[in-house]
Each structure stands twice: as structure tokens, then as C-alpha cells.
Design a protein. Structure first.
Length: 243
């Protein structure tokens, strides 16, 4: 165990109000790639960049092409929680982790056993009819190659926040409150470049800001502890075995 992870372990063991804020890097160890990473397949297979395809206006005008990309690049139904998800669930089980705030839409924190998960960008596991608001599971999206339709005939849309859409105000309010009240804020697997989600870190008022990320972030100078390690390795070592 290196010095930084040992410091993290000591902080966790002496704290009872921890909040975790994570991004795509939390799920890459489960085999879910960050779609913003360089990928030549985008240029070979799609005529638009991911950020364009995953916008509300593109969904409205090119729904079939949206779903072709969405099924191919955004859905990983067989992905399982990794060491990071499991360690966070263990901290909640010990009643010292109060909330998990995530930018991911894969539902892996919930699958790992975390209860208080604030999904800033929604969840791919929920899908809503745009006409009658009937809810469907992920299987409904996967069972066809065409545009998924509700029993009422309406188009089904994933319950995820697309570009050009605002974040859910209730979820944001809960996330801000959790961060403001936290003694320890752990930020992991995110470059903190995607706003408004990244701006949540500015609400932290404590003196134990911990960043776990392989690369530098714009908030490194504000951190009390920086760990340049895979987040699964860092959290598993710091948290230890399940109780």
C-alpha cells in the first residue's frame, strides 16, 4: 500500500460523513469505455461526433441513427460492478458514506448495493414513453434494432440527460446539499471538465478533498490528497475487506 492510499485509509477510518462524486473513469474498469476517449471507429462508422449524436436535437431529428449509436456505444447490459463500486457500497454499509453522486448512466452503483445514488445524468436502465410516460426497462431498448415504441405508439426515450437538456433540479439540489454537509469529499474517475456537474465540487466546505484520477484535473490545486492510481485499486486497498 503506497503512502497516498494509506492516508486515504486513515481518513476513511476517522470519518463518518463521506460523499463520493464520480465520473466515467469509475466504470471503465467494468469494461465500459469513456465515449469521449479517442476512438477511430467513430470516424469510420458514424458521420457525426458523439456529442452531436447524443444531443436532444439530434434525437428528435435523427432518432433511428441516435439509437444505432446508443445501442452500439452506450449500452453494456452485461457489465458488472468493479472494485470501486463494491468498496463504495461497503462504506455505505458501514454507515459512513452518505451519498454517491455519479455522472454515469450504467446503474452499476445500485447493482453493487449502494442505496443513496444521485444520478446526475439519469439512467440507461429507465426508459420513458414521450407520449404517455410509461416506463420501460433496458430490455425494451435492446429487443429491436428500430426505434423503440410504447404500447400506445409513442416513441420511447432513455431517461438520460442529453446534450442541450438541463440536469434534474431535484437531483442537483440533493447533490449540492450532500457535498456541502460532507466532512470528506472523494472525487474519482473524472477530469472535472463537464459542466454543470463538475461545478458541484465548489460547494464543498470541508478540508478533506480527495482526488483519485490517473491524469491531472483543474481542481488539483484545491485537493488535500491526490492519488494517481486506478480508482478500483485505490478504494479496495483503502476500504479493505467487507465487514
Amino acid at each position: 500500500m503506497n503512502t497516498e492510499i494509506k492516508r486515504l485509509r486513515d481518513i476513511l477510518n476517522s470519518s463518518d460523513n463521506i460523499v463520493f462524486f464520480g465520473g466515467a473513469g469509475v466504470s471503465t474498469e467494468s469494461g465500459i469505455p469513456d465515449f469521449r476517449s479517442a476512438d477511430g471507429l467513430y470516424n469510420e462508422t458514424y458521420s457525426y461526433p458523439p456529442e452531436t449524436i447524443l444531443s436532444r436535437s439530434f434525437f428528435s431529428k435523427n432518432t433511428e441513427e441516435f439509437y444505432r449509436f446508443y445501442r452500439d456505444k452506450m449500452l453494456y447490459p452485461n457489465a458488472m460492478p468493479n472494485d470501486a463500486h463494491n468498496a463504495l457500497a461497503e462504506l455505505e454499509k458501514r454507515s459512513i458514506l452518505k451519498a454517491v453522486i455519479t455522472q454515469n448512466v450504467d446503474g452499476l452503483h445500485t447493482k453493487a448495493g449502494s442505496g443513496n445514488v444521485l444520478e446526475l445524468h439519469g439512467s440507461a436502465l429507465r426508459n420513458l414513453c414521450m407520449s404517455c410516460n410509461k416506463c420501460y426497462t433496458l430490455e425494451k431498448i435492446l429487443e429491436t434494432d428500430a426505434i423503440p415504441l410504447c404500447s400506445c405508439g409513442g416513441v420511447i426515450k432513455p431517461d438520460v440527460v442529453l446534450y442541450e437538456e438541463g440536469l434534474d433540479s431535484t437531483v442537483m439540489s440533493k447533490a449540492i446539499s450532500a457535498i456541502r454537509n460532507a466532512d470528506v469529499l472523494i472525487v474519482g474517475g473524472t477530469s472535472l471538465n463537464v459542466y454543470p456537474a463538475a461545478g458541484l465540487i465548489t460547494h464543498y466546505r470541508g478540508d478533506k478533498l480527495i482526488l483519485i484520477n490517473k491524469s491531472k484535473t483543474s481542481y488539483d490545486s484545491y485537493a488535500n490528497l491526490i492519488i494517481r492510481e486506478k480508482i478500483g485499486i485505490a478504494l479496495k486497498e483503502a476500504v479493505g475487506e467487507p465487514g
